[in-house]
Design a protein around this ligand. Structure first.
Ligand SMILES: [Zn+2]
Length: 315
């Protein structure tokens, strides 16, 4: 009998995962740097996706490994990102207000992981926060530095800071990109002051859209290495951080943060291209005939419960 290749183990449970969706990458092509940009149009394209039936954590298995992807973030340029700067700033204002609404939180020291060109850092700074960013892209870090912001150009595990030195760690649509979220969470825990707050958004693989669209879910992108559900995220926080309370989901967090991919999907869904007929238009990346635009608050609100969720949890 031919031997069946073993599937990877679940990062959380250590259990054997099962193949959920087979890769749909044409000819197993290597990942391109354009697929790593925040506004990447390469939606619904994924390598093999494995999931754990016990905790629900899913992971992608790029054939070339993940080290190359992580390294490629350093070279990412994303000029399209700045095209929607006013709307993104508006969202980041809501995000920092959301953090400040949390009990016992007032402007102090804040670390943003994945700070891109620094728009959130800038909005936080305006409200009195002492904000620091971590960003692997040299291009994005330089943009933030040009605004006078404090940004470490590199990865979280290269960032050196005194332990327990931040009141808040924020990360908007970052955790799905992380190679080892358990290890990163441990580092975040070490950086936060006791009782500090971790604020994050990530795509929700347990959401309605993910369940009905299955392997064609637009949030499947090759740069996403892990996919969470409410349950798996809560389990990760609980297992890793004994001090943590249950994951607290808030309903008023911005839904469209950093959502280049979501932005384009929203547009595709609302303004279907005549060339993309039937239900297929929902799953297809937008065609080039329509101008790129940021989603309205109304459409962002409509998709919030379906595609993303936000977590503000004291650690
Ligand atoms: Zn598991």
């Amino acid at each position: 009998m031919p031997s069946v290749p073993e599937t990877p183990l679940c990062l959380l449970c250590g259990r054997r995962t099962v193949l959920l969706y087979r890769s749909n990458v044409p000819n197993g092509a290597p990942i391109e740097s354009s697929e790593l940009a925040c506004t990447s149009p390469h939606l619904s394209v994924h390598d093999d996706i494995f999931t754990c039936h016990r905790c629900g954590l899913a992971r992608a298995e790029p054939p070339g490994g993940v080290a190359e992807i992580e390294e490629s973030y350093r070279d990412v340029h994303d000029n399209l990102y700045r095209a929607s700067e006013p709307e993104r700033r508006e969202d980041f204002q809501r995000a920092i207000e959301g953090i400040e609404r949390h009990p016992f939180v007032s402007p102090g020291s804040l670390l943003e992981i994945g700070s891109s060109v620094g728009l959130f850092l800038d909005e936080a700074t305006k409200r009195g926060w002492k904000a620091t960013g971590i960003e692997p892209s040299r291009w994005a870090s330089a943009q933030a530095a040009a605004m006078g912001l404090t940004v470490f150009n590199g990865m979280l595990d290269e960032f050196e800071a005194e332990s327990e030195s931040f009141d808040v760690v924020a990360s908007w649509d970052v955790w799905e990109h992380v190679q080892d979220p358990l290890d990163s969470l441990k580092r975040v825990h070490g950086l936060l002051k006791p009782g500090g707050l971790l604020a994050l958004t990530t795509v929700n693989m347990g959401g309605f859209m993910a369940r009905i669209m299955r392997g064609r879910w637009p949030w499947f992108l090759r740069m996403h290495l892990h996919y969470f559900t409410r349950k798996s995220l809560a389990e990760m926080v609980r297992r890793r951080l004994r001090r943590s309370r249950d994951v607290d989901t808030i309903e008023n967090a911005p839904a469209r943060l950093h959502s280049g991919a979501g932005t384009q999907h929203t547009r595709a869904a609302r303004r279907p291209c005549p060339q993309s007929g039937g239900l297929g238009r929902l799953a297809r990346p937008p065609c080039p005939h329509q101008p790129w635009r940021y989603p309205s608050h109304r459409s962002a609100k409509a998709q919030k419960e379906r595609v993303k969720f936000s977590v503000f949890t004291p650690l």
